[in-house]
Design a protein around this ligand. Sequence first.
Ligand code: C2E
Ligand code: CA
Ligand code: CA
Length: 796
Amino acid sequence: MKLRYFLLTLFLFLSMTPLLLFQAWPHSEVLEGELDEVHERHLLLAQNLAAALERYYRDLVTTFDLLLDTPEVWTETKSMVRVLDNLSFRHVCIADWNTGKVTLTLASASAPCPDTIPEEELDRLKALAIPGEVTFGPVVQTADGENVLHMVRPLEDGLAVGAVRTTYFRELGEAISFGVRGHAAIVDHTGRALSHPLSDWVETRRDMSKISAVQRMLARQTGVESFYSPALKGDMIAGFTFVHPVGWGVMIPQPIAELQQKADVARRSGVIFLAIGVASALALALLVSLRVVRPIEQISRASSKIAGGEFGLPDLQGSSRLLPVEFNELSQRFREMVLRLRENLSTINALAYQDLVTGLGNRTYLHQQLDNALSAGHAGALMLIDLDGFKAVNDMHGHDVGDKVLEVVGKRLCEVLGVARLADIELEETRQISPDAFRSSLVTRLGGDEFAVWIPSEHIHRAEELAALIVGRVKEPIVLDDAQIRIGVSVGFACYPEHAQNRSDLMKASDLAMYDAKKAGKDRFVAYSPALRTAVQTERKLTAEILSGLEKGEFLPFFQPQFKLPDKTVAGVEALVRWNHPERGLLSPQDFLETARELSLLAEIDAMMLEQSTGLLKSLTEQGFDVPALAVNLSEERLTSPGFPDALQMVQDLPFELRFELAETMALDNLDAGVAAVLDQIRAAGCLLDLDDFGVANASVLGLMNIEPAHIKIDRNLVSGIEQGNTFERLVRSIVDMGHSLNIPVVAEGADRLEQVERLAQIRCDYAQGYALAKPMHIDDLAVFLKSHAQEERTA
Ligand code: C2E
Ligand code: CA
Ligand code: CA
């Protein structure tokens, strides 16, 4: 859950609590309170009303008594009539006890006394009478339809009767009205309505004695009571009391529903207030949570960015006075932390991406930049630069010098490409190793003596020119303190996206080109081409096949005879390696020997050749064939291999002369002590040393003297070029003469036409070897050849 939602929910819950509590607060309690108040209010009203009525009662009784006690003073006086009128008297009369005949009218305020009181009524009135007291009867209706209360007092000779209209009760009751239907009800001592909001009830003197509150009033009680009102068809609550001593009842009822409404209104306004409270609390909470949460959220966002490796400066809001100090501090510290982190990171980056020897970017840096460039779809060329002869510099001058050479080379590369070394770029810029760095050229060192250069698309058309410049600049002599060092360089490059679709293929393609350059000789550059790849693939296939061919014994010696000139007798044979390839048939050395040399398998081949050719030729001589000499080719690899001296021991006591042909390309001028020792061992073993391929490389007379060969073999490229009187012929002749002057017999190989053989004989070359006389052949064919050749000689 997000912090801001969490806070909001929390605040919401907190501010809702009072509302919920209020909601849970029992509703009836409000009513209960309201009812308590009614107790007091309604009862007080009832008591006030009762007091007023008691006073009224006393006025009535006093006035009645006064009139009766001093009739002579008051009878029919104007003032008494007015008093009686005010008190709502209809009249006051005296009637005969027995007949009911009215004997005296003391006062008639609003209606005259009747002539005679009807018997029934008289009995009723007489029943009320108590000697010496004024008593009241229940409300009754007069003949003319007016409701009255009768008050009686027995006299010696009659009955005094007063009739009082109920007007005062009604007015008094009507004066009290509250709420919507709150009112006063007054009943006589029998429970009949004297005053009531339903005028109908008053007119018909409704008997209300069934109502519980009325019953309690009539029982002269005071209190509060709730009851069902048939008049208002609802539950009522009433304060009630009685009028002392007459027993009239006074009641102040109000519908409970009305109170409930009041309570509801009170409650509703409570709810509204609470709701407003909640809303404003929420608004406040929202504001607070937004303000408080924002810095935390920002920090959290920034942290997850950093976790994702994005080290941009976080966009944190500045300090605010509205925020707690801790928050501002947190933001501030976080900013500082990120800054420091970035600083550390850039230092680490600088170290991680930099080659400490040259100050150039390293392999990781190159990979990263290549990935950037390639993923952005930027074309470019990747150039691999490999130094030639750097190992020798290290060996000869030590690693410190070696490091300096590398540094100089790095600087020269940067010069040619017009870029700065990574180490020279301002730290500020490397802080964020620019994702756009590949837009310009880039010089890196991959390790050892290997450098790589990225050439962006805009310079790609100059790739060859730049490669040539690099070759030229790197091979310039490097002057260090007291030493002058020359170093070779091989450059290969491939282009993205033409030659490769990803970084690793691009590296491989450039590598292929670079190796091709290296193979072609020092100080060259080669641009990648698809043919290069197929060549390499074939070579790779060949490698695997050579290895398995050696294991399976697919290599065998062929033998090419050598002839003595001018009589052309067989002087010996040269063993030449052949590969009986399972698919491609018989293969010549040119098809596999170079690869075998690269695989360091040449020594192994030579060893096998020596063993097989001597063995085969031995068995041939055992069959009676006469082969005076066997020549085997001896590579430098075999010559220097540790197993060679032992192998020499194995070829002792052969029935023919064994000669080793050394290629003139070997460094013979300046013989290594080890090599010289092996050459001595060869001679000591009774074998001869021949100098092969003479005339094409740079063997000097000094070299010749150094190894003192038994024969000189003139290279076949010279011999096969011989025409009568041409340069080749002159050259061959001078070699022959030189050999003779040194007392060394000369062999000419590669004589493929008979005229050439004749020529060689004429210039007194000692031996000839060539297709014109015999091709290299299988041992079985050699036997056939030797047999027929011997016959030819015999017949000749
Ligand atoms: P190489 O030692 O100078 O051998 C002579 C090469 O000249 C042989 O080629 C032979 O077939 C060829 N040749 C002889 N007469 C003629 C001719 O009239 N015309 C022409 N065009 N060529 C002629 P091959 O057998 O192909 O051997 C090539 C080279 O391979 C050899 O040159 C030698 O340097 C090397 N090689 C052959 N066998 C071995 C071996 O067992 N060990 C080592 N280390 N090198 C070997
Ligand atoms: Ca040879
Ligand atoms: Ca040769």
